[in-house]
Design a protein around this ligand. Structure first.
Ligand SMILES: [Zn+2]
Length: 264
């Protein structure tokens, strides 16, 4: 009888053993599941980066190939031809094959066109890539929010951007050096022009927390990747809504009388 009981015990597990195994499994799952999720996320982030690099490359090919696009020297001019979603245009016109949606966020990309020293550059912006500099993420969020906004108060757009971005980016010290505002602490705010698709950025030396509403005294401006300095010190940009797009703004006398482009 005693021998029989021993064999029986060897074959089965005690309740305590089963519980220990279950506890170990739960602990392992807790460790492995998030790291697997992080792994999947990392692959998606890389895929997003590759997609955007390819889009940039193909954009340049399209730029040189297309007779009309080749004449563009500003973002507005490009968008007037392609529409707001440049990647979609490239896909529709067979300049690009592949996905135009970020695999992490499931959203279309923001777009930035710069034209410096006669060389065009099209960048596709997304918030999911860690090495993207903060300002381009802020730019992409601002443009998306401005384009979707249907009200009239530009403070609403600033507030939405502030909430989604989690603050307003500080104006880089390099931007301010040699401008007469050297060493000042400033923050960028977005401002959309009459057409709502052109967004310019103005730097003010007061934080959003101190004054979230209507403070339009832009001391420096960032427009299509170029920096403009307010030479009259305190000029209000509140009238910029009168201009439909960037070229109208840059060619206006009130802009030219108050701002000069900062040279590198
Ligand atoms: Zn992405």
């Amino acid at each position: 009888m005693q021998d029989l009981r021993k064999t029986k015990n060897k074959k089965g597990f005690t309740l305590v053993e089963v519980i220990i195994v279950l506890v170990i499994l739960v602990i392992l799952a807790a460790i492995l599941v998030p790291s697997y999720a992080a792994y999947v996320d990392k692959t998606k982030v890389t895929r997003c980066k590759v997609q955007r690099a390819e889009l940039s490359q193909k954009f340049l090919a399209m730029y040189h190939y297309d007779d009309e696009i080749r004449k563009c020297t500003s973002e507005d001019e490009v968008i007037a031809i392609t529409g707001q979603d440049v990647a979609q245009y490239m896909l529709d016109n067979k300049y690009y094959e592949g996905s135009i949606i970020c695999p992490v966020h499931g959203q279309p990309y923001g777009f930035r066109f710069t034209y410096k020293n006669n060389s065009p550059k099209g960048e596709f912006l997304c918030g999911c890539v860690p090495e993207t500099d903060d300002f381009s993420v802020f730019e992409a969020i601002s443009k998306r929010i401005a384009a979707a906004y249907t009200g009239w108060d530009r403070s609403d757009v600033i507030r939405s951007v502030y909430e989604e971005y989690g603050g307003l980016p500080e104006v880089n010290g390099d931007v301010l050096s040699g401008t007469g505002f050297t060493g000042a602490t400033m923050y960028w705010r977005p401002y959309y022009l009459g057409n709502r698709t052109s967004v310019v950025f103005y730097g003010v030396d007061i934080s959003y927390e101190d004054n979230p509403q209507g403070l339009w005294r832009g001391k420096v401006l960032s427009i299509d990747g170029r920096i403009y300095v307010n030479t009259s010190g305190n000029y209000s940009i509140a009238g910029f809504y009168n201009y439909n797009n960037v070229s109208e703004l840059l060619n206006s006398s009130s802009f030219r009388n108050n701002f000069t482009e900062k040279q590198d």
